[in-house]
Design a binder for this molecule. Structure first.
Ligand code: ADP
Length: 524
């Protein structure tokens, strides 16, 4: 297949083939993931894997999810059944590790969630690490997960058409099948898809971890598992999967470059037309201001002004901020990680505090200890202007989206980003860097986009604290001095359709065409 420059072109070439190939209507798709809402979540991966299978199932396909039975799974408040399916994986030498399958389902669906129960690996307080850093046995844990998932597939009575792997934790799966097809007769001609939710997290380990794959060293080559002498799970998945997707068209382009490819741009480029970007959607059963039970006051496009003010007041009283309807509340929710642009945000908050600007900051996040400390000290310095909640708090994330006027997300890179989509849905105008999914989903406000009624937010015109402050200034200027335009902006943002319907159809189209092409090439 020749190299196709724009990821968007891929579908067109598939579509032509699809019409000629019958039997794609109902597909069996297994999603492999380490996170899915409501069972386990550290970021957007969980939102996607908790929703996409349900949406694809609603389009008439059989879907199942396989994930580890982390401790958080038992706390999700969802019924979990035991099964009589168990297996033992020869992890290294004579070390046999047993596991068993538990079964649950995604809420509001019939999509089964198969949970790989292995307490020694997965019954831990966090998913990937603790305050000391990543768990030192992550290579072993997730090599086990990949192999156990393949063992599980052989037992769950599903004739799998597509194995949809997500992020590095599942990256070994396509390569294990390719390396030892005889071990996996149920899936050795199955189409594999690898979705990259964040290129920066690759699961890279010293070569000594390779034996956890259960393969001979002959397989440790640069075509698959090996990356400059190390074992790299994500690279393995990208290189071995039939198709690779990422979570926005813009990011699909960006990861072909050294700036965003994180060293894997060459592997990405080698996929040619087998790479595409599909934007994430939002789960409207969870993120809809008109029905969101986590909000003190629900609202929709008809009463957004009153609704947002009521939610703002509630946040102000709860967090000891000055209670004022007029002061603009700037919300932030996200990981306290370099990626999210805290090096831009912190100086701007500091500036607003020092100059006693009429703004309020409502921040929720956890992660990097230094950023946590900086936020805590700003909140201490200006308790009526800055509130920071350090930790993971789902209900508060909803309330911040509802009560804020602006949402700041100046990420250095952003594969898709969900918070800006939630912000749009909740009438909270996003101020974002023009990168990845942020560029694909937020239309910058300019005289032209106001005139042609497409504007939905603000882009930074320079990726610096100054650029962020300027973008905030443009937003506040519109809010206070062009009220009619501001109101239109909010209504347009709320009306934009970011539901999963569109994206799920794009995935189905990919599955259908990919399996058709796969079948064709097998027949040859
Ligand atoms: P990423 O996956 O890079 O962390 P996304 O914007 O794609 O970023 O998704 C982040 C998801 O995690 C969103 O659903 C967001 O609301 C949620 N989230 C992030 N941090 C927190 C937190 N501290 N408390 C509650 N939810 C959070």
């Amino acid at each position: 297949m020749g190299s196709i420059k724009s990821p968007g072109l891929l579908l067109t070439s598939f579509r032509r083939q699809k019409l000629a190939l019958p039997g794609y209507e109902s597909l069996n798709i297994v999603y492999l993931t380490s996170e899915a809402v409501p069972f386990a979540k550290t970021g957007g991966l969980a939102d996607v894997c908790g929703t996409l299978p349900r949406e694809v199932a609603a389009l008439g396909h059989q879907c199942a999810v396989i994930m580890p039975a982390f401790r958080s799974v038992y706390r999700a408040g969802i019924q979990i059944e035991t099964t009589d399916i168990s297996f033992a994986i020869p992890m290294s030498g004579k070390k046999l590790i047993g596991g068993r399958l538990l079964k649950s389902k995604l809420p509001d669906s019939n999509v089964p969630v198969w949970l790989i129960d292995q307490p020694q690996y997965f019954d831990r307080e966090s998913l990937y690490g603790d305050s000391l850093g990543d768990y030192p046995d992550n290579a072993e844990r997730f090599a086990f997960f990949c192999r156990a998932a393949l063992a599980a597939i052989a037992r769950i009575d599903m004739n799998v058409d597509v194995l949809h792997c997500n992020d590095w934790q599942t990256g070994l799966v396509p390569a294990l099948i390719q390396a030892t097809p005889q071990r996996y007769p149920d899936v050795n001609d199955t189409t594999t898809i690898m979705t990259i939710h964040n290129m920066a997290y690759q699961g890279q380990f010293p070569a000594q971890a390779f034996p956890w794959t259960g393969l001979d060293w002959d397989h440790f080559t640069h075509e698959t598992f090996e990356y400059y002498g190390q074992l790299n799970f994500l690279k393995t998945g990208i290189a071995s999967a039939d198709y690779v997707t990422t979570v926005s068209p813009r990011y699909a382009m960006e990861i072909r470059t050294p700036q965003h490819g994180c060293g894997l741009e060459g592997v990405i480029e080698s996929k040619g037309g087998r790479l595409m970007g599909i934007i994430n959607g939002i789960d409207e059963t969870i993120w809809n201001p008109a029905t969101d039970v986590k909000l003190p006051v629900q609202f929709d496009q008809s009463d957004w002004e009153a609704g947002k003010v009521a939610n703002k007041r509630s946040l102000q009283s709860e967090f000891g901020l000055e209670v004022s309807d007029d002061v603009p509340m700037i919300g932030l929710v996200g990981r306290l990680a370099e990626q999210k642009g805290w090096d831009l945000i912190l100086p701007v908050i500091r500036l607003h505090v020092e100059e006693a600007r009429p703004t309020q900051w409502m921040i929720l996040g956890s992660g990097d200890k230094r950023i946590e400390d900086d936020l805590a000290s700003l909140a201490e310095q200006a308790p009526h202007q800055v509130a920071a909640h350090i930790g993971f708090h789902d209900a508060l994330a909803h309330r911040i989206e509802a009560g804020s006027d602006l949402f700041v997300m100046p990420s250095h890179y952003e594969p898709c980003g969900l918070n800006q989509l939630y912000s749009l849905r909740y009438g909270t105008i996003p101020v974002v860097t023009a990168t990845g999914g942020l560029a694909d989903t937020v239309v910058d406000t300019t005289p032209e986009t106001l005139a042609n009624e497409t504007a939905t937010g603000f882009h930074l015109h320079a990726n610096s604290p100054f650029g962020l402050d300027q973008a905030l200034g443009r937003a506040l200027q519109l809010r206070y001095h062009e009220k009619k335009s501001w109101n239109n902006l909010v209504r347009r943002a709320m009306a934009a359709d970011w539901s999963w319907r569109k994206s799920a159809s794009q995935y189905v189209e990919l599955y259908a065409n990919a399996t058709s092409l796969n079948e064709n090439s097998l027949k040859k």
